[in-house]
Design a binder for this molecule. Structure first.
Ligand SMILES: [Zn+2]
Length: 481
């Protein structure tokens, strides 16, 4: 018994037995160090001992992990699950990928806070899903609602800049002192309520009209609470370098930690040769200067995106409902064909086979179809199909989500294997039944993390398994969060 008494960790004695013993597993601890075989003792929710010799330990429950890997739960540090969690608190599509924690509210879009007016203009998370009906609430009230509901996964919440602008009634680049005051109060309230940081989505309205001065001003308020600044940066094609430098200036100017969201370049959208490498080197130089900046990559060559994001500001200046009416006008459509060269710029280049409908409850027959197929089905030009679908959505046009073939295989490889890139899904938790099933038909939401492991690690050998797990666990757990 004396020998047993000596085997303690965290001052917990094992004499009285433990709750769970995970035996014979191959442990990958998330540090990137090589795997090893050992047994794990757990009391309540704490690992109390990792040992190669557990024969003396008396456990209430023994889990045999022979031929299995035992590792920390994955952290998806770029998720939009705040949009769907109300309809899906068990989040099985997420849990079954091994994800136990999600960081949500990215790309400038958080579901809270929300006002009746902002709601009517389509503000909210990434995609407004039918069946999700969040009452007008502050960020703090929203977190209380979540607490009451309970979720199977741990969720950490970012405040979205687009959401802040929407509730403060700000659009365009000019912001009055009163509007600044309103936005600063929203940021302060959210941080005091428990937000972990502030996200921008500078390719989307209304955030894309914001000046750097505005972003710095709001990020400084957030920074007082020690949060992180994450950004879907302004441009990732011919102006990517400017966008990265803007990001770094915000992080430096506000003295905060930063995460460049999904730093990738969409194939054939005008980025100069070597632009991605230069952007990554710029981040490395900023880190060498002492700034705490990381970035992330998604698992598939495909990605999800907002259908309305290619529209120019002039169309949206009176809101989405007005824009949807203007879309019915043929002269407006002709102008748009020339003036939609932004965001997924391959659409403007006529590469319609790269773009497909994720799912659209208004046209369920189009789910998963490319715009070439939609054009054939409707016997209309792809541009007209695109505008018809947006026009039909009215004020909810920002909620339509597309899927596109974005990256080359080689680009995925260079991003996923780079040491500064975390591995994230960039999707949202969903279900195979109920209202969400009709609106989120895309495999990514079920298999993002698994794909990193089965395809990029096992099949393509792009990176070691231990390194992939580091990028899904300790990397998002420590710096910046
Ligand atoms: Zn994004």
């Amino acid at each position: 018994m004396n020998a047993t008494n000596e085997r303690t960790i965290f001052d917990i004695k094992l004499d009285n037995g433990i709750d769970i013993l995970i035996k014979n597993g191959c442990i990958i601890d998330g540090t990137g160090n090589p795997s090893y075989h050992a047994d794990i003792s757990i009391i309540k929710d704490k690992i109390v001992l990792v040992t190669k010799d557990s024969h003396y330990i008396n456990a209430a429950r023994v889990i045999d992990a022979t031929d299995k890997i035992v590792c920390p739960g994955f952290i998806d540090a770029h998720s939009h699950t705040d949009s769907t969690i109300f309809l899906n608190p068990t989040a099985e599509s997420t849990v079954r990928q091994g994800i136990t924690t999600e960081i949500v509210g990215h790309c400038g879009m958080s579901v809270a806070p929300i006002t009746e007016e902002a709601k009517s203009k389509g503000s909210g998370g990434f995609g407004s899903f039918k069946g999700v009906d969040i009452p007008p609430c502050s960020f703090g009230q929203f977190l209380e609602l979540m607490e009451k509901m309970g979720t199977s996964i741990n969720i950490a919440w970012l405040l979205g800049h687009n959401t802040v602008r929407s509730v403060a009634g700000v659009s365009g680049s000019t912001v009055s002192l009163e509007q600044y005051k309103k936005m600063e109060v929203v940021v302060q309230e959210a941080m005091e309520a428990g937000a972990i940081g502030f996200s921008t989505g500078l390719e989307f309205e209304p955030g894309r009209s914001a000046t750097m001065e505005e972003i710095i001003r709001l990020t400084k308020v957030m920074g007082k609470y020690g949060g992180i600044y994450t950004s879907h940066i302004r441009n990732r094609d011919f102006l990517i370098q400017d966008a990265i430098e803007e990001f770094i200036e915000v992080v430096r100017g506000c003295d905060v930690k930063g995460q460049v969201s999904h730093l990738n370049i969409r194939h054939n959208t005008g980025a100069p040769e070597g632009a991605w490498q230069k952007a990554v080197m710029t981040i490395e130089a900023a880190r060498a200067e002492g700034l705490d900046i990381l970035t992330d990559f998604t698992p598939l060559r495909y990605g999800i995106g907002q259908m309305s994001a290619i529209l120019p500001k002039w169309l949206r200046k009176n809101g989405t409902l007005e824009a949807s009416k203007m879309l019915l006008d043929h002269s407006v459509r002709s102008r748009l064909r020339a003036d939609c060269d932004r965001y997924w710029r391959f659409i403007h280049r006529g590469e319609w086979d790269r773009v497909r409908m994720q799912s659209n409850p208004a046209y369920p027959e189009l789910n998963g179809k490319t715009f070439i197929q939609i054009s054939q089905n409707w016997n209309r030009d792809p541009w007209d199909c695109y505008f018809d679908i947006l026009a039909a959505a009215g004020s909810e046009m920002d909620s339509i989500v597309l899927v596109a073939l974005l990256f080359t295989e080689e680009h995925c490889r260079e991003g996923i294997s780079h040491p500064l890139f975390m591995l994230n899904v960039d999707g949202y938790s969903t279900r195979i039944d109920g209202p969400l099933a009709e609106q989120t038909r895309y495999p990514l939401h079920y298999m993002g993390m698994v794909h990193f492991l089965t395809y990029h690690v096992r099949e393509k050998k792009t990176l070691r398994l231990e390194e992939a797990i580091r990028k899904m666990t300790s990397m998002p757990a420590n710096p910046g969060y």
